[in-house]
Write a protein that binds this ligand. Structure first.
Ligand code: F6P
Length: 328
């Protein structure tokens, strides 16, 4: 597309927050200043766009944010933005500030919103993959995924200590919505006895057989990682089913939950977010609209948002094979 003249860019974070969002905002804003643009913070995602919670940013706003978890622009899941009336209000507010382009940082729901908004109002926009779930195509990793995996592994290591002391079987549930990326990474990285992910079926009797084999091999602790979106249920449900087969086992359940979304971003996420924040602004200036900037083999790639959200990125078969070998 022929580049439009862009002078004012609005930045927002939307959906579930992820570590590294602040670093991405900072990089986009810094890049904007580098190219002599005015940069605006849209607070609370699309909700703030609808309620006109929009402020011009200066360099003070982005001082000491790179290293902080969460998002200083705050985030929300806006129901009103899903309606044409909500999007019209949002558009009118952007126009009242003269904002002529957008950087949207979020997961698939947030990028879907950006795509729809672009189709309806033609405002140049670029999405950045900000989610711990890693479920977007067009990037090897999403911003926050690496930190979330590190957090999960650190927590599971601690569970391992107590599991070993008491010879217990733990079921640990990790986030990821419908995807098993956190589960497979955290499972391999913490020597899990088994990993249950939505992408692969594991019948309960197979899991039970595996645990029995490990018991014969005198393994001192067993940790089963369960992805929250699994078709056979969450960690509590699976634990209940296994208990019926193995009534003598001392079984405990831990749901890691939102702690996986917090904390300072890892060096990987800081770098990824910084590269993509700059890529977002440069992409807009080059006329790349309605795309998501991602990093593939360490190179910036712009993928149409429609493709990034629809293409099913699935857990690598090879990772699953390795997990299987390592848990026997
Ligand atoms: O998409 C990120 C995520 O943390 C998912 O892993 C999880 O299913 C969901 O958000 C939780 O959403 P909320 O914070 O709205 O409960």
């Amino acid at each position: 597309m022929e580049p439009k003249t862009i002078k004012k860019i609005g930045v927002l974070t939307s959906g579930g927050d992820s570590p590294g969002m602040n670093a991405a905002i900072r990089a986009a804003v810094r890049a904007g200043f580098y190219y002599n643009l005015e940069m605006y913070g849209i607070y609370r995602g699309y909700e703030g766009m609808i309620q006109n919670d929009i402020k011009k940013l200066d360099s003070k706003n982005i001082t000491h944010v790179l290293e902080r978890g969460g998002t200083f622009l705050k985030s929300a899941r806006s129901l009103e933005f899903k309606t044409p009336e909500g999007r019209k209000k949002a558009y009118d507010n952007l126009m009242s500030h003269g904002i002529d382009a957008l950087v949207v940082i979020g997961g698939d729901g947030s990028l879907t919103g950006a795509h729809l908004f672009f189709k309806e109002y033609g405002i140049p926009s670029i999405g950045l993959p900000g989610t711990i779930d890693n479920d977007l195509s067009g990037t090897d990793s999403t911003i926050g995924f690496d930190t979330a995996c590190n957090t999960a592994i650190e927590a599971i290591d601690k569970i391992r200590d107590t599991a070993t002391s008491h010879d217990r079987l733990f079921f640990v549930e990790v986030m990821g919505r419908d995807a098993g990326f956190i589960a497979i990474n955290a499972g391999i990285g913490s020597a899990a006895a088994a990993i249950l992910i939505p992408e692969k079926k594991m019948p309960i009797d197979h899991l039970v057989d595996k645990l029995k084999i490990r018991s014969k091999a005198k393994k001192s602790s067993n940790i089963v990682i369960v992805a929250e979106g699994g078709k056979s249920g969450g960690a509590g449900e699976i634990a209940g089913k296994v208990k019926k087969y193995l009534p003598t086992y001392d079984i405990k359940v831990t749901i890691l939950g939102h702690l996986q979304r917090g904390g300072a971003p890892s060096s990987f996420d800081r770098l990824l977010a910084s590269k993509l924040g700059v890529a977002a602004v440069e992409g807009l200036l080059q006329g790349k609209y309605d795309v998501m900037a991602g990093l593939i083999n360490n190179k910036v790639v712009y993928t149409p948002i429609k493709k990034a959200i629809v293409d099913d990125k699935t857990v690598d078969e090879e990772d699953f094979r390795i997990a299987k070998i390592l848990s026997t």
